[in-house]
Structures are given as C-alpha cells and as structure tokens.
Write a protein that binds this ligand. Structure first.
Ligand code: PHE
Length: 337
C-alpha cells in the first residue's frame, strides 16, 4: 500500500489532463468519492495495526498534496479561460460585415491619385499652427477678419487650430527649393455652428506648384484635368475672379453641376454651376516671406474641401453624416482605392 501511495504522489505532480477542464478531471480521478485517493482511505482499514501510523501519515500527505494540486489546477485553468476571452483571433471569418473605407478617405485618395499622375507628391503639416504659418506669411493683413476669434479657434496667444491647409504651403516653401509640386491634405477647423452645410472641422486638399515660368494657363489646365478625372469627361469648369490674401490674381472655380449636368437644380441653386475650390497665382509676397526669389519663380495654388467634392460626387446632402460614423451611411461606399 505504501508503494501505491508513493506512486500516486508522483503521478499527481505530473498530472496533465486530456479533457478541457483539467481541474475537474483531476478531482474526478483522485479526490471524488470514487477517486483513487478516497479508495485508498477505504483500503486503510485493512492495513495491519503496527503499520497504521506510518501508512496513515503518508496517506494524509497524499490527500493534502492532492488537494493543493487541485487548487493549483483550478486557478491556472481560470486564468487560461480568462485570457482566452481576451484572445482576439483576427483570422476568424467576419459575420457578414466587411469593413469599408470612410468616404472622405476614398475621395482624398482619389484626389491624391489624380494629381499624382501630374507629378504631385504629398506633404502634411500640423493641425495646431502658429500665426505666422496660418496668417502672417500668407499675407493676411493684421486686421483681416479671418483672424477674428469668430472664425478661428485660438489655443494660446498666436497659436490656433489651422483654419486652412494653406499653412502647409508656407511650411513646404520654407523647406524646399523649387521646383515644388505638392499636394497637402488635412483637417482644418473653423468656429462655425454645425449644420447640414457647415461644420467646425472639415478636410481640405491644398495644391501648390512653384517653378520658373508657371502661368495661369498651367493652373487652368491642371484644374480642368482634375475636374474631368474626378467628375467625368463631360465636366465643364469656369473661373470667377475672387480674392485671397495669398494669391494674385485669385479665382474661385466652379464645375458644371454634377447633379443636373448644368440644367439647374436645388444643389446648384438653378445656376448650373457649383463652386468647388479657391485658387490663384501665389502672391510674390508669400514667396519672398518663405525665402524664395519671386523674380525667378512663380507658382499657382489651389485649395478644395474634401467634403464638398464627396457630396457632389456621391450626392450626399448633409455634412454631418461624415462625422457621425453611422455604418448605414459609411458602409455604402466601396472603391478600389
Ligand atoms: N485657403 C483657401 C480657403 O480655405 C483656399 C485657397 C487655397 C485659395 C489656395 C487659393 C489658393 O478658402
């Protein structure tokens, strides 16, 4: 009997169950009413009296050790079931729902891809911007209304959330020797009440081309190419004179309405045209502010809202849809890009 107890003492140390619940398997095998330790206790009454003391001590040792092992197994199996719960398996099949890119990401990628064919590369700048990059270097007069607290979210003295991506033009020009052909996508902020047509943050893509002999004709042809690639080969563009402190001359560009093809509808307010961006020739003062010789170099710049392009391309009529992240809306967009 002593040999049998010694054997079991060894066995329980190395116990490795095969069932899912090791602790329960261990309990059934050794500790339950019909288990091996219990049956040794039953046999104990047959042990000759003179051996009872020795065998009894050993048997108690086995029983205590088996109890301890059971406790150990129970706590380790609890921790494996816990970790299994947090063990995320990304290879499992999804239950019918495939993720999709956000429509603004799709359109941003498409814009970058179209201008990429013309040799434009991508640059980014910070969303928290200083007065120099957002306003002063861009030729904004000290009293310009765009600097006003009503439009701009100021964070500290002369530090604000950028109100446009034109700030990145300055950063690029300060750090790059022309020729420069850059596209600068990013989020911008303006202190506006949120509605179907306005939001306190939105996204822009800025374009900048600086080299020797860049002309307004280059700007116009570049924008025509973009508009037709983005909205279809029949798209017409028109440039209306406008004003921006950092471009001269400046223009606003309209495309023929994508909804009614120029016939007149609610979206184009029955004019047949919808505005999609501001643009112009980079003001020589901006080039000089960035350390570029304006007698040698000229350039054009443009800036468009990604939300606006997306609304016209996909017929979305409420700006708020882009930031509410309702999967019923954002799940409708599919693209190869
Ligand atoms: N930054 C201007 C805006 O936010 C757009 C623009 C960019 C105009 C570049 C001209 C040139 O309205």
């Amino acid at each position: 009997m002593k040999d049998r107890i010694e054997e079991l003492l060894k066995e329980i140390e190395t116990f490795a169950g095969s069932a899912e619940d090791h602790a329960e398997e261990f309990r059934l095998k050794y500790l339950s009413r019909k288990g091996q330790v219990s049956s040794l206790f039953d046999d104990f009454k047959n042990v000759p009296n003179e051996l009872k003391r020795d065998v009894g001590q050993l048997l108690n040792k086995l029983k205590n050790r088996a109890q301890e092992r059971w406790d150990e197994l129970r706590s380790s199996s609890a921790s494996t079931t816990n970790s299994a719960k947090f063990n995320f398996d990304p290879t499992l099949p999804v239950g019918g729902f495939l993720g999709s890119r956000h429509p603004l990401s799709l359109v941003r990628r498409e814009i970058i891809e179209i201008f990429g064919r013309l040799g434009f590369t991508v640059a980014e700048g910070p969303e928290i911007e200083d007065d120099w990059h957002n306003f002063t270097a861009l030729n904004f007069p000290e009293e310009h209304p765009a600097r006003d607290m009503q439009d701009t979210f100021f964070i500290a003295d002369k530090i604000a959330l950028r109100t446009h991506t034109s700030s990145v033009q300055v950063r690029v020009l300060e750090n790059t020797k022309p020729p420069v052909r850059m596209l600068m996508p990013g989020r911008v902020y303006r202190n506006e009440a949120i509605s179907a047509r306005a939001h306190c943050f939105f996204h822009q893509v800025e374009g900048l081309y600086v080299d020797k002999n860049v002309s307004f004709a280059d700007l116009k042809q570049t924008l025509l190419y973009f508009s037709r690639e983005m909205f279809g080969a029949d798209t017409q563009i028109r440039l209306r004179p406008s004003y921006f402190p950092f471009t001269e001359p400046s223009a606003e560009m309209d495309i023929s309405c994508t909804i009614c093809s120029g016939k007149g509808c609610n979206v184009c307010k029955h004019s047949g045209w919808v505005e999609i961006m501001g643009c112009g020739m980079v003001d020589p003062a901006v080039l000089q502010n960035c350390g570029i010789d304006a007698n040698v170099y000229s350039g054009f710049a443009f800036g468009m809202g990604i939300e606006r392009i997306t609304m016209l391309k996909y017929g979305v009529n409420d700006l708020r849809l882009f930031s509410e992240n309702d999967v019923r809306f954002i799940g409708q967009f599919r693209s190869a890009l």
